[in-house]
Write a new protein. Structure first.
Length: 212
């Protein structure tokens, strides 16, 4: 019965029913259902369906954003139930929008998808300077750094961050993934990143490939 209730969370994700998803998650936690089961058997399957629907042209940006907000709220609810000192076996990711850019909707959606997929995500928010990215990667022993930029004027700053990682001796220890509307794979390679994610679903795939 517990598993059946967990699986119902996926239906709420697909429908974009944030209220229903939050209420169900609270009941699951009260019933002592493990947080990992809630994420892996409920949230993640739903997010995968939404991502597939978006890629297939069946769902659009509003549905994608709704799923991202739902995932964020569910993750906020289950996060305190992690065991002290527990680290994700899948990896730790530092994410943020680069210095000079305050756009964060797409970045937050990617962060929520990654956390929903079972990664430990450290979201630094927007307008993040290079030294903060470096400090977070070092502090959390991150496996991957994900950077976002929506403005063409802030795109070059990503190269500054990669250079800062190199100078700090961390570049060889962490993968770098970049994303944002004006970017592409060629730009990612040019600045020394390891990959480019064109949307939240593609970003999750790239992360799984880079950290496999």
């Amino acid at each position: 019965m517990g598993e059946l209730r967990v699986e119902q969370l996926a239906d709420f994700v697909i429908k974009g029913d944030i209220t229903g998803a939050v209420a169900l998650t609270e009941k699951l936690l009260e019933a002592k259902i493990p947080r990992d089961h809630i994420i892996e058997r409920g949230l993640l399957p739903g997010l995968k369906k939404v991502g597939e629907g978006f890629e297939g042209g069946e769902l659009f940006l509003p549905e994608l954003f709704s799923a991202g907000e739902l995932a964020k709220q569910v993750c906020d609810l289950v996060r305190p139930y992690a065991k002290p000192g527990e680290a994700s076996e899948k990896g730790t990711i530092v994410i943020g929008t680069v210095h000079g850019d305050v756009h964060d909707i797409g970045m937050n959606l990617v962060a929520a998808n990654l956390e929903g997929a079972g990664y430990d995500v450290i979201n630094l928010g927007s307008n993040v300077p290079a030294e903060d990215f470096v400090d977070a990667v070092k502090k959390h022993d991150a496996d991957l750094l994900a950077m976002s930029s929506l403005l063409t004027t802030t795109m070059p700053y990503m190269k500054t961050v990669v250079a800062a990682l190199t100078e700090s001796g961390l570049r060889e220890k962490v993968k770098v993934l970049v994303g944002g509307a004006p970017l592409d794979e060629a730009f990612a390679m040019k600045i020394g990143a390891d990959g480019y994610g064109k949307d939240p679903a593609d970003g999750l795939r790239k992360v799984e490939t880079l950290l496999s």
